[in-house]
Write a protein that binds this ligand. Structure first.
Ligand code: 3PG
Length: 207
């Protein structure tokens, strides 16, 4: 069964979900500590680097961190992520195989949608929470407003892709947006102090 309340709890913890692409496992703990210290504790570790599963394991040891896996493309990715300790799963798109696997694992699953057809397939499968991806390329705020007007307030989103510290507040002001995702908080050369500062600013943004 799809547990929407469990997914809502993940999405509503923080206004911004950092999307993390970590190439060096040694950075995992200090990066997660800096994010949590700044107030961002819901961390999406993308499976885009060879050490991503180890990064999930390391970040999961940081008190207060809720670590999930992103860029999960198929059930075998999901199996590996859950075994590594991922407590929620994000994917760039929606497949029935992933929805079934998330039910089997009883893990909150946030799939990407780009248009009305994607959302309708999700609704048919019992989902009502989606990552709007890639948010800016897909038409940005006007596009999400148009989709929201069709599907109503029971369908909620985490827009991701092209969102910045400057544009995040406008997205977060939309009534159907629970949080936004973005890589800006950790972008650039690793610098724990700087990450903590950016996280602090992001955590203060209002939903
Ligand atoms: C994602 O994986 O969700 C996106 O790559 C994040 O997009 P951004 O880098 O534009 O924030």
């Amino acid at each position: 069964m799809i547990d929407t309340a469990k997914l809502d709890a993940v999405m509503s913890r923080c206004p911004v979900m950092p999307v993390l692409v970590v190439n060096d496992v040694a950075q995992a703990r200090p990066m997660a500590e800096a994010l949590v210290a700044g107030g961002l504790s819901t961390l999406e570790v993308t499976l885009r680097t060879p050490c991503a599963l180890e990064v999930i394991e390391e970040m999961s040891k940081v008190p207060g961190a809720l670590v999930g896996a992103g860029t999960v493309l198929n059930p075998s990715d999901m199996d590996r992520a859950v075994k590594a300790g991922a407590r929620f799963i994000v994917s760039p798109g929606l497949t029935e195989a992933l929805v079934k696997a998330s039910i089997a694992h009883d893990v909150p699953f946030l799939p990407g949608v780009a248009n009305a057809g994607d959302i309708m397939r999700g609704l048919d499968l019992g989902l009502s929470r989606f990552k709007f991806f890639p948010a800016v390329t897909n038409g940005g705020i006007p596009a999400l407003k148009s989709l929201a007007s069709v599907f109503g307030s029971n369908v909620r989103f985490c827009p991701t892709g092209g969102i910045t510290e400057e544009s995040a507040p406008e997205w977060l002001a939309l009534p159907t947006v629970s949080c936004v995702g973005g890589s800006w908080v950790t972008a650039g050369a690793f610098d724990a102090d700087n990450i903590r500062q950016r996280a602090t600013a992001a955590a203060l943004l209002k939903v």
